[in-house]
Design a binder for this molecule. Structure first.
Ligand code: DAH
Length: 339
């Protein structure tokens, strides 16, 4: 009996057909209600106990082989049908090749990189999983500094020295540690904060850090550079630097762009003031230069940090920051025409 089944397995393997009727006949012969398989299964109770195991295994193999065969033949028949169908009418439009689209965050990031590369800035990157030194301590935020609370940090639990970077300022530190002035670099990248997710804030987003260190760099250089940047990016040249505090810059300022109050949207996004905050900046604190091995007696520098997601939302009229990470194809496809 077992040999008989084995014979069928070989027969099933060898079977081939190109017509639906034959395949269906074959299916009924083996897998149908009154098919061979059911007959064999019915025999099971008559098989001697010591042969039951092998009988069962061989029978299962036959069943699987037959099922696979039917599925395989049906699939190839369908493929063939599709192929001949599309050849029958040569005037049919071709099948569109789906092209992808750039992500709005990537589009804005690339624009910013272009704008700064035109004035001699290179691009640098650092790790998203950072250590305490590069994210905090070297940036003048020693342990127990209250300003550490400004940034709700995700720590890697087993090791409090390892965390997800809360800002791209960590790349400043890495770049200064490894390069001599003159330094002109921008560092785009993803950052993380332990914040509740809503339409306006997310637990991860993107920033671009800028850093310029050389002899005689002044606050006027900072302002002019930012003005150039906002003119290129938004077509708006009026900015204001509002005094603020960051531990790694002295003096520090928030960067506001004058957006105007022409449309209702202008009122909405500027909360009726006409001014839009896009990031922070300042003169690199001499302590930070020293921490990174740069002689603060000889060199000075400016730095700034700008949020990319908010700018992308602004430029592309995206209402909810969550759209940027949900990978909804209907959303992403809208950026096909943008580079
Ligand atoms: N790291 C700051 C933040 O995430 C932004 C920032 C402010 C960066 C001032 C700078 C700077 O380089 O000088 O909020």
């Amino acid at each position: 009996m077992i040999d008989k089944i084995k014979g069928h397995i070989e027969k099933v393997k060898a079977f081939s057909s190109e017509t639906t009727e034959d395949i269906e006949k074959f299916r009924i012969e083996y897998l149908g209600k009154k098919g061979l398989l059911n007959d064999f299964f019915a025999e099971f109770k008559n098989v001697a106990n010591d042969q039951k195991k092998e009988f069962g295994q061989v029978l299962n193999t036959l069943k699987n082989t037959a099922q696979d065969k039917v599925a395989e033949l049906k699939a190839s028949l369908e493929n063939e049908a599709e192929a001949t169908e599309s050849l029958q009418d040569l005037t049919r439009p071709g099948q569109a090749i789906e092209i992808g689209s750039r992500h709005p965050v990537e589009i804005v990031k690339n624009r910013i990189i272009n704008i700064f590369s035109n004035i001699g800035f290179n691009v640098s990157e650092g790790p998203e999983i950072e250590d305490d030194w590069h994210n905090f301590t070297a940036l003048n935020l020693p342990e127990y500094h209250p300003a550490r609370d400004m940034q709700d940090t995700f720590f890697i639990q087993t090791n409090p020295d390892v965390l997800l970077r809360t800002h791209t300022s960590s790349v400043q530190v890495r770049y200064m540690e490894n390069n001599e002035p003159p330094i002109r670099t921008i560092s785009p990248g993803r950052v993380y904060r332990n914040e509740a997710i809503s339409a306006r804030s997310h637990c991860f987003f993107h920033q671009v850090e800028g850093l310029y260190v050389d002899k005689g760099v002044s606050f006027a250089d900072l302002k002019k550079t930012l003005q150039y940047f906002t003119t290129e990016l938004f077509g708006k040249s009026k900015i204001r630097l509002r005094p603020s505090y960051f531990p790694f810059t002295e003096p520090s300022a928030e960067i506001d762009v004058y957006w105007g109050l022409e449309t209702e949207t202008d009122y909405k996004i500027t909360k009726g003031t006409g001014w839009l905050e896009i990031g922070g900046c300042g003169m690199v604190d001499p302590n930070v230069l020293t921490n990174c091995g740069i002689d603060a007696e000889i060199y000075s520098g400016f730095a700034f940090g700008v949020g990319i997601d908010r700018i992308a939302m602004l430029l592309h009229q995206i209402q909810d920051i969550r759209m940027l990470s949900e990978n909804d194809i209907r959303f992403l496809e809208q950026f096909k025409a943008s580079f």
